[in-house]
Design a protein. Structure first.
Length: 122
């Protein structure tokens, strides 16, 4: 919230719930959170393996708004599911290559696949 204020951004609502694939006391789906329509919305999704499940519960939001995404994927299977999901909705998809310096200084996470994809409306 403080960062948005530094950048003169307007915040209509801040939720302290986690974005998830279900609504409960601690989490909320994308569709439950965004009730408005015809807005530009940017999503940064980094949910450690649940990327596809999260986006599946935002279909109404994605259909009613101009949505942009940057999604960190944690397996090739999940990445392909996310790409296919957005291709079917006619979005542009760009895989962001890992930084060249990762060859010298690799991430110290024990996962086989980790990269970002950028998604935007055509």
């Amino acid at each position: 919230k403080k960062n948005f204020n530094y950048n003169n951004q307007i915040i209509d609502y801040v939720s302290r719930k986690l974005v998830s694939n279900e609504d409960n006391d601690i989490s909320i789906t994308i569709d439950s959170f965004f009730k408005e329509k015809e807005q530009k919305i940017f999503f940064k999704i980094d949910v450690e393996g649940a990327e596809y499940e999260v986006i599946q519960h935002g279909i109404d939001t994605f259909n009613k708004n101009e949505c942009y995404f940057i999604i960190e994927t944690h397996s090739l299977e999940i990445e392909n599911k996310c790409i296919n999901f957005f291709r079917q909705k006619n979005y542009d998809i760009k895989i962001i290559k890992n930084a060249w310096w990762r060859l010298i200084l690799p991430e110290n996470r024990n996962i086989e696949h980790n990269r970002w994809i950028a998604i935007s409306p055509k």
